[in-house]
Design a protein around this ligand. Structure first.
Ligand code: A3P
Length: 287
């Protein structure tokens, strides 16, 4: 049995290292501004990547934020303790991230014109990434074997609940054109095109040169060497990159190196069943 305890809040488990009842109440009462931009992700879907991308898109490619401010302070998590500490230092338009399901978004968010970029990643790769993350992060419970972790993931006995619930909630919003959907895979495949789509959505007029510059600074390779973004500032007792680096592989399809054909069949059938009544289809084949 793992000795790490999680905080349980309105049906969702979160690590106590970064979340407290106060931080969660603070998030509920947070004053969202019309100009705020949220990147919403289920954990391990590209959150840190968006913490690199958003400040650059919102500041015409100015590198100062990504070179001088750690990612958790330049685009803080709505639900984490750190937000209250840094909120006064955030410059408008503010970039924020959250793993919250749609139903936990604060009232002021709904009343605002704040925009959302929802990043979705193939759940098999999410699970693999999460499995390694649980091994390197001391504030997370021991994942057990790969098979055991898969069962937990499919049943939603993991941080921020079931992947399919998260996706369903964020697919059925009344946000209209305030929300844009993008996939991690699309970003891996053609980052400049993905950045162009995001900047158009945010109403930024960026030249091809600036888009190219942002793409270079947000590449996996460059982010891995950026100490403000690769979590090397976090003491090893919390995150041990010798066990697994935070920026681990950064590819689409790593699940193929981990799943047996039986595991893939089980995983796929549970996800399909969870989504069988949904009108949307997943952007990737799970086969
Ligand atoms: P892997 O473990 O598959 O490598 P999150 O930030 O939501 O926790 O997601 C972490 C995942 O995003 C990790 O996946 C990490 O490597 C990947 N990632 C972060 N920055 C990336 C980038 N610039 N390009 C590709 N993948 C990136």
């Amino acid at each position: 049995m793992s000795s790490v305890e999680y905080i349980h809040y309105r049906g969702i488990d979160m690590p106590t290292e970064a979340h407290t009842m106060e931080s969660l109440e603070y998030a509920q009462n947070f004053s969202v501004e019309d100009t705020d931009v949220f990147s919403v992700t289920y954990p391990k879907s590209g959150t840190a990547w968006m913490q690199e991308i958003l400040p650059l898109l919102l500041n015409d490619g100015d590198l100062t934020p990504i070179q001088t401010i750690p990612n958790w302070d330049r685009a803080p998590w709505l639900e984490e303790k750190r937000l209250a500490v840094v909120v006064d230092q955030l410059k408008s338009p503010r970039a924020l991230v959250t793993h919250f399901p749609y139903r936990l978004m604060p009232h002021s968010f709904h009343a605002s014109k704040a925009k959302v970029i929802y990043v979705m990643r193939n759940p098999m790769d999410v699970m693999v990434s999460s499995y390694y993350f649980h091994q390197m992060a001391a504030f997370l419970q021991d994942p057990g074997t790969f098979e055991e972790f898969m069962d937990k993931f499919l049943e939603g006995r993991v941080l921020f609940g079931k992947w399919t619930d998260h996706v369903k909630g964020w697919r059925h919003t009344d946000l209209g054109d305030r929300i844009m959907y993008i996939t991690y895979e699309e970003m891996v495949q053609d980052l400049p095109a993905a950045l162009r789509r995001m900047s158009d959505f945010l109403g930024r007029k960026l030249s091809d040169e600036v888009i190219q510059k942002i793409a270079e600074h947000c590449s996996f390779k460059t982010m891995k060497t950026n100490n403000m973004s690769n979590f090397s500032l976090v003491p090893k007792i919390y995150m041990d990159s010798d066990k697994s680096p935070f920026l681990r592989k950064g590819v689409a399809g790593d699940w193929k190196n981990h799943f047996s054909s039986e595991q893939q069949a089980k995983f796929t059938s549970v996800i399909r069943k969870d989504l069988e009544k949904e009108s949307f289809s997943l952007p990737w084949s799970l086969d």
